[in-house]
Design a protein around this ligand. Structure first.
Ligand SMILES: [Zn+2]
Ligand SMILES: [Zn+2]
Length: 344
């Protein structure tokens, strides 16, 4: 089959490799579209702490279910257009048996620890495959995974209708969180320093402030007064972002740590104590959140915004151009790879 393989740090090749074999409990998917994620860039640059080379990158995808080794879920049929949670879990560790398999101690991520979706075929756990509802554009279904991340983050935050929400970092995941939080009834504000992203965020209909502007604090006060936000999502992974989250959060508010930091950053624990702030980490997505993402895609409620997130499309054979663009530009949100193109 045709595939893109990260062979070593900074190298990706469009080449041929054998079609993957399914282990028991796995399903085979013929990939249609795959989205390039920030973590694919991490793998490519050799910055992913646990990824191994060679590896087929990519974990955000939609495709056709073409085979299974063992049972498939009720309601699924071979030939269905499907999406899948891009990780395998052991089923036996403490997180797995308590229903938190997104933090499984033996978690293996597609595109990092096992081959991912930038190939004609990919294998996944059959239990993590979901049928795409009829009428959903496969290109939007390719966004199910980052959408599920945002749904997981928003659910974990326990935000309520009418809450004031701050999202620090308006990149892809920050914007997905904004879309989901707004859908859940929150009054959303985004903090972002890139001018391209600020304009993009405004175009999506969200309020955005630059934390480097001198009137930033006044702008914040106009929204929440002296109180602060009910929920703050820290998505930037930056020192300034992490440290400012405590001051932005109101008494008894919640900080959700979504962004990965390069190194540990100190925060004002006295403020966390005095304001009785809850600070929690969230990772990937639960099965429940992924199912909800598929359901929400099926509703069509987010279509207008989701279409705007797709900045550019490449064929699988153009994977080098796609990675070049990703590495050398900042004026984009989601790059999509049309993996099925060669076969049509
Ligand atoms: Zn991703
Ligand atoms: Zn486990």
């Amino acid at each position: 089959m045709n595939a893109a393989i990260c062979t070593s740090k900074g190298h990706i090749e469009y080449t041929q490799m054998p079609k993957p074999e399914m282990e028991y409990g796995e399903a085979l998917i013929e990939v249609m579209y795959g989205g390039i994620c920030g973590s694919d860039a991490h793998v490519y640059h050799g910055l992913h702490p646990t990824a191994t080379f060679p590896v087929v990158p990519g974990h955000e995808f939609v495709g056709k279910l073409v085979g299974a080794n063992g049972p498939i879920k009720a309601g699924l049929t071979i030939g269905d257009i499907v999406v899948a949670q891009p990780y395998t879990t052991c089923g036996d560790c403490e997180p797995c048996i308590t229903g938190n398999d997104n933090v499984c101690t033996h978690l293996k991520l597609l595109g990092a620890h096992r081959d991912g979706c930038f190939a004609e075929y990919v294998t996944v756990s059959a239990s993590k495959v979901y049928k795409v509802p009829d009428g959903v554009d496969p290109k939007l279904a390719a966004l199910a995974e980052p959408l599920a991340v945002a749904i997981h983050d928003v659910r974990m935050s326990e935000l309520r209708v009418g809450d004031n929400v701050m999202i620090i970092g308006g990149g892809v995941i920050g914007v997905f969180i904004a879309i989901v939080a707004a859908q859940a009834g929150a009054n959303v504000t985004i903090s972002e320093i890139s001018e391209y992203r600020q304009n993009f965020i405004k175009d999506l209909g969200f309020r955005v402030f630059n934390p480097l502007d001198k009137d930033y604090n006044d702008n914040i006060k106009n929204i929440v007064g002296e109180d602060g936000f009910d929920v703050v999502f820290e998505v930037s992974g930056s020192k300034a972002g992490v440290q400012s989250s405590v001051g932005l959060t109101k008494v008894s508010g919640t900080i959700v740590i979504v962004g990965m930091c390069k190194e540990p950053y100190p925060v004002d624990t006295t403020q966390i104590f005095l304001k009785q702030i809850e600070m929690k980490g969230v990772r990937i997505h639960s099965q429940e959140a992924f199912k909800a993402a598929v359901n929400l895609l099926g509703s069509g409620a987010l279509n207008d915004k989701l279409y705007k997130l797709i900045s550019k499309q490449y064929k699988l054979s153009e994977i080098n151009q796609a990675y070049d663009y990703m590495c050398n530009n900042t004026d984009f949100f989601k790059l999509l790879v049309n993996v099925g193109e060669e076969n049509r």
